[in-house]
Design a protein around this ligand. Structure first.
Ligand code: ADP
Ligand code: MG
Length: 288
């Protein structure tokens, strides 16, 4: 093995926007036979837009968005940003006792009332409230869902839709044509995950997965004998990135995702996973 060839490979990667943390990583990338993509921010742009609001109380849509936006002020989640952007109100109400639950949602107090903003599963866990029959239809339309609730009552639901990255489909296709299995992992709901997976031609996906569940999914694939690459961008992907054989992060991802990664994609483009594998193989073939 010539260290020079590896150094050249790492350098070529850098010039192409593939930052490789060390020589061993470059070697490992060529051995990947299963790639697990996070959905939000990795296969999609994470620029969700509010597309619909369902009211389950006497409040107006504007009031639901304004309350949710006030509570989301302390969150950096893409859904939080979208809700804040959609809210008509300019000076949000002040929030006490704010708490963030990664992969679930947030809670806080406004005027002495405790509120929860997050996935229906999060609401169920913290309040035992379940969606009404009307809400169930709304929840199954394939959007990301954020519910607003107190301990006693669900106030409303906000549906958000994200855009799939242009090159994601090509990336998936190229990996699959190369005999590499492609998986998708998401904290988002089953319907929304299914819609994205179908559009991208991804057969295997896991929805409603919490951050530690993402790591468990990677461990399970490793135990099946696969050499697993995790590609992610969020705080919620850090546990999965930590256990993967190769951890790849989008450069615009959260600090913890970038720190947990072995390889960083400057262009935030899943297609560069394919390029990284090609670079590794080309480099290693020069060594033997
Ligand atoms: P992904 O795995 O696709 O990146 P997340 O794990 O970040 O998704 O989020 C999963 C779900 O949890 C979201 O669809 C949403 O319902 C809920 N959620 C997470 N964070 C927030 C937040 N800050 N505000 C509202 N909902 C949230
Ligand atoms: Mg993400």
């Amino acid at each position: 093995a010539t260290p020079t060839a590896i150094m050249v490979g790492v350098g070529r990667g850098a010039s192409e926007g593939i930052l490789i943390k060390n020589a061993e990583v470059l070697e490992n990338v060529g051995k990947i036979n299963a790639v697990v993509f996070d959905k939000t921010g990795t296969l999609t742009y994470a620029n969700p837009q509010v597309v619909d609001v369902l009211i389950e109380s006497t409040l107006s849509k504007e009031q639901v968005l304004a309350l949710a936006a006030a509570l989301e002020e302390g969150s950096k989640h893409p859904l939080a940003k979208a809700i804040i952007a959609s809210s008509p109100q300019t000076s949000p109400k002040s929030v006490q006792a704010f708490q963030n639950y990664s992969g679930l949602g947030v809670s806080g107090e406004i005027d002495g009332m405790v509120y929860f903003v997050g996935s229906p599963a999060f609401i169920a866990q913290f309040t035992s409230l379940q969606p009404s029959t009307v809400a169930q239809t709304f929840l199954e339309e394939g959007n990301s869902i954020v519910a607003l609730s107190t301990k006693e009552q669900i106030i409303g639901y906000i549906a958000l839709a994200d855009t799939i990255r242009e090159s994601a489909k090509i990336a998936v296709e190229k990996l699959q044509n190369d005999g590499i299995e492609v998986y998708m992992l998401t904290g988002d709901n089953e319907r929304c995950a299914q819609k994205v997976a179908r559009e991208l031609g991804i057969e295997h996906f896991f929805a409603g997965v919490l951050p530690n569940g993402k790591a468990d999914a990677i461990t399970k694939l490793k135990n099946e004998g696969k050499f697993v690459c995790m590609v992610g961008d969020g705080i919620n992907d850090a546990p999965a990135l930590a256990v993967a054989d190769v951890a790849i992060a989008m450069s615009n991802g959260s600090d913890i995702a970038v720190e947990s990664a072995d390889l960083i994609l400057i262009a935030n483009d899943p297609l560069y996973v394919v390029n990284a594998i090609a670079l590794s193989r080309a480099t290693m073939s020069k060594i033997k």
